[in-house]
Design a protein around this ligand. Structure first.
Ligand SMILES: Nc1nc2c(ncn2[C@@H]2O[C@H](COP(=O)(O)OP(=O)(O)OP(=O)(O)O)[C@@H](O)[C@H]2O)c(=O)[nH]1
Ligand SMILES: [K+]
Ligand SMILES: [Mg+2]
Length: 425
């Protein structure tokens, strides 16, 4: 956890130059160090204009709108001072240089403000992860789902489940203390609560993972050489990323093009044409194409239907339909645009079946695996009669909830998570 006593400072807004730069200071020495530059702090949570000066020379650096958020009711739980100054490189560098020259003040590490908020109990791990996703959100759906997590959507569920587990534990303890009345069988009033909990957990486990939302729906274009894969990926992504020539075997390495459609994240992947390769480089490309097909959420197959990869994920296309080709599959033409909006619609339909339709609570892979263990434990708990064992199982389930929320032993998770944050957050 963050070492308390150390005061941290960072630029919390975007990279200079910008109209305004937000510099944040958090920690024990936040107020004192801000006073060293600004002279006097405004009243808590009220903005006031201050001239920032080099405490050594008294030279003015800039004027800054200054805000003071006393702990513990601040974003980090500590005293925070925020300077909103002009967003030039020179001003930002100078203010931070002068601040970090003060005793006990240093530059923050990436994500360190959020890490302190977590350490001080203002947010839990699911909210911190939601915040990381929110800061990285590029599509509407990513934003919506991340906001639910960041504002405690999952935490609320977990907190209520933890309470339910505590109640179940208390019941089990009673059964240990008064074995005669229990007769070694789970009391009838325990089962409904445990089953309800099981069902709620099942619902969340059945939903897709946030990683899927973060990475996007993977659409792999595959087929024989010269089928028109690269032309189609360019048309679908409104780009000229992939090289197109009449020479069979033009595409060798895979190309990924991320794009949002209707607020949903997609990654289109162009691949080398499938054939017995002529040289080593092409052979590697064909191998990669097969790997991509295995990892795809959707395969757009631009080959003959007798060759179609047997998979529910595959969508058969009939490319170059402007040439009057006949056969099975959805007719498309990269040249005339024929069938492209139809194809986009089908991709969106499939994505909607994979991703949540709107705002909902989603789990990360890590949370899902812990929650899966809780699910197993609860099932055992319902089946096992001995109250001593039941009590122990429920204790384990509680501990797993604490691992999800970050209340218990998760240092390794934290380091990984906070490496995803930018400086100043
Ligand atoms: N008429 C017509 N020609 C097309 C269409 N799509 C692609 N072509 C042509 O077909 C040839 C091959 O197109 P590519 O997009 O390079 O095909 P590819 O499947 O990526 O080929 P490789 O990367 O070599 O496997 C090029 O000459 C394109 O101009 C189309 O919809 N209509
Ligand atoms: K080609
Ligand atoms: Mg190609």
């Amino acid at each position: 956890m963050a070492a308390t006593g150390e005061t941290i400072v960072a630029l919390s807004s975007g990279r200079p130059p910008a109209a305004i730069a937000v510099i944040r200071i958090s920690g024990e020495a936040a107020a004192a160090s801000a006073i060293a530059l600004a002279g006097k702090l405004p009243n808590p949570r009220q903005a006031a204009l201050r001239t920032l000066r080099d405490p050594g020379s008294g030279e003015a650096i800039d004027d800054a709108l200054t805000l003071f958020f006393p702990g513990p009711k601040s974003a980090t739980g500590e005293n925070i001072v925020e300077f909103q100054c002009h967003g030039s490189r020179a001003i930002v560098d100078r203010v931070i240089e002068v601040l970090t020259a003060l005793d006990g003040v240093r530059l923050a590490e990436p994500g360190e403000f959020t890490r302190r908020a977590l350490a001080n109990g203002l947010i839990d791990l699911t909210e911190a992860e939601g915040l990381a996703d929110l800061l990285a959100a590029e599509t509407e759906l990513q934003r919506k789902v991340a906001l639910v997590r960041a504002s405690g959507g999952l935490r609320a569920k977990l907190d209520s489940w933890r309470q339910a587990l505590v109640r179940l534990s208390a019941d089990a303890e009673v059964a240990i203390d008064y074995p005669d009345e229990e007769d070694g069988v789970m009391a009838p009033d325990l089962r409904p609560a445990a089953t309800e909990l099981l069902n709620e957990i099942r619902d969340l486990l059945d939903a897709p993972r946030t990683e899927k939302l973060r990475d996007g729906i993977r659409v792999v274009l595959a087929g024989p050489p010269n089928a028109g894969k690269s032309s189609l990926i360019n048309a679908l992504t409104y780009s000229e990323r992939a090289i197109v020539t009449p020479i069979a075997g033009t595409t060798r390495d895979t190309i990924e093009i991320p794009i949002a459609m209707d607020g949903m994240p997609f990654v289109f992947v162009d691949t080398a044409g499938l054939r017995d390769a002529n040289d080593e480089v092409e052979a590697i490309g064909v191998g990669r194409a097969r790997d991509e097909m295995a990892a795809a959420d959707i395969i757009l197959w631009l080959g003959p239907d007798h060759d179609i990869p047997a998979s529910a994920r595959t969508l058969l296309l009939r490319p170059k339909a402007d040439l009057g080709s006949s056969g099975a599959g959805l007719p498309v033409s990269s040249k005339t645009g024929l069938g492209l909006s139809d194809l986009r619609q089908r991709l969106l339909d499939r994505a909607r079946a994979t991703l949540p339709s709107g705002v909902s609570v989603m789990l990360t892979n890590r949370e899902a695996s812990l929650l899966g263990e809780i699910h197993t434990i609860l099932l055992q708990c319902i089946q096992i009669a001995a109250p001593e064992i039941r009590a122990e199982l429920l204790r384990q389930a509680r501990e797993l909830v604490d691992q999800i929320t970050g209340r218990a032993g998760v240092e390794n998770v934290l380091d990984e998570l906070f490496s995803r944050f930018c400086l100043g957050k």
